[in-house]
Structures are given as C-alpha cells and as structure tokens.
Design a protein around this ligand. Structure first.
Ligand SMILES: *[C@@H]1O[C@H](CO)[C@@H](O)[C@H](O)[C@H]1NC(C)=O
Length: 226
C-alpha cells in the first residue's frame, strides 16, 4: 500500500508540475504578447503625429521668428475690392469697409506690425494731395502696404511716384491706367523691395474685359530690429 501511496503522490506532483509548466508558458506567452503590444503602442505614441497646422494668413509657409506674415490680394476689376492680411489679421478688406477704388494703403510699424493708419484714395477722380498728406508724416521704420483696385494711376503724379520709389518700389514710375499693383515698402529702406507685383492692363491679355487678372502676394517681412 505504501508504494501505491508514493506513486499516487508522484502522479499528483507530476500533474501539478506539468500544469504549472503549461500555465507558466501560456501566461508567459500572454505576457510577452502584451508587452510586445505595449512596445508598439509606445512606439505609436512616440512617433510625432504630423498635424498640418494652418499658417498665419493661410499662407503656404510658416514665417520664422522675427518675421511678419502677410498676404495681399489686389482688386478684381471694379467688382471685388482688395484685401491685406498681416500677422493673421485682415487689416484692409471689403468686409472691414476700409477699402475703395484706387490706391489702398496701410502704414505699419516695422518693429511691431502695429497698424498706424489706413487709407484709400481714388486715383481716377480723387485728389493726389490727399495721398501726399497721408504719406507725409511717415517716419523711418514704417512699412507701407499698397493694393490697387480698379484704376490706381490716372491722378498719380511724378512726385508721388517718386515717393513710392523711395520706399523701394520699382513699379510706381511706370504704373498705368487700370494696372494691378501690390507693394510692400518702407521708409528708409536702402534697396528695392522684393515684395512687389505688377500686371499691365492690356486688352489682348486681360482676364476681365477692361482689367487684368487679380494679383496675389504673400511672404515674410523681416522685423525691424534695433
Ligand atoms: C514702432 O514701435 C516702437 C515700439 O513701440 C516705437 O519705439 C517706434 O517709435 C515705432 N516706430 C514707428 C515708425 O512708429
């Protein structure tokens, strides 16, 4: 009887042992599967998720620090007015009700992007003296944004064209009747501005009957640093 007892014990032990063994392997595998998954999960968390953030003014490119983002659109024929966005704020537009036929001009602090004043001047039947009056108080370190609507040139005289040239314009001297023009210049800048676009009013190539295609320009203006 003793032997049967010992054998029974041995069988029970063996069963327990093998159960423990299988249990161990199963749990180990499970644990491994879990840890593998958690590794993948961690990885997934660590991979930087590329969220396409919207750039200022809806521009394609983000501007670096110490640059101001801008976007401007010239008027479409004599129907849709121009708009100017600066640092993600619309500073001139039809909705803002601060634009009009002719030259649309915004004066901006070149260090802070603060809008100092805006004005629109009818260059078909307005008075060029008003433009001169508006630009006269400009101090060094002031940016000037210009967007045209309909006709920017009929009343534009030589001294005023010269003034825009001194702000860095290459186009002001030759701007013609119903041409499109976008310009960012500054008082006291030494070179010609890289921010300028011009399209001639030309019956052969005009998009609209009496007017050329709308111009669009965006970019990054370096902040004036003192
Ligand atoms: C621009 O703003 C700075 C800081 O407020 C001021 O010191 C500077 O005189 C301003 N410049 C112009 C042209 O307004």
């Amino acid at each position: 009887m003793r032997w049967t007892g010992i054998i029974r014990m041995a069988v029970i032990l063996l069963t327990l042992l093998s159960m423990w063994y299988f249990a161990e392997t199963i749990f180990a595998t499970k644990w491994k599967a879990n840890s593998l998954r958690s590794i993948f999960d961690n990885r997934a968390e660590q991979v930087p998720v590329k969220v396409k953030t919207r750039s200022k003014c809806g521009n394609e490119k983000e501007c670096p620090d110490n640059y101001f983002a801008f976007k401007m659109i010239s008027g479409a024929a004599n129907v849709v007015g121009p708009s100017i966005c600066l640092e993600d704020k619309i500073i001139m537009s039809g909705v803002k009700n601060n634009i009009g036929r002719g030259l649309n001009i915004a004066l901006v602090n070149a260090s802070t992007a603060e809008v100092l004043s805006t004005g629109h001047y009818d260059m078909y039947s307005g008075d060029i003296k008003e433009v001169k009056k508006f630009l006269e108080p400009m101090k060094e370190g002031t940016l000037v944004f210009v967007a045209t609507y309909d006709d920017p040139a009929t009343k534009l005289d030589a001294p005023t064209r010269e003034l825009f040239s001194s702000f860095g314009s290459s186009i002001a001297k030759k701007l013609g009747f119903r041409d499109g023009w976008l310009f960012v210049g500054g008082k006291g800048i030494k070179n010609k501005s890289p921010f300028e676009q011009h399209i001639k009013n030309n019956k052969e190539t005009n998009k609209y009957d009496g007017w050329p295609e709308v111009l669009e320009m965006d970019g990054c203006i370096p902040k004036k640093m003192d």
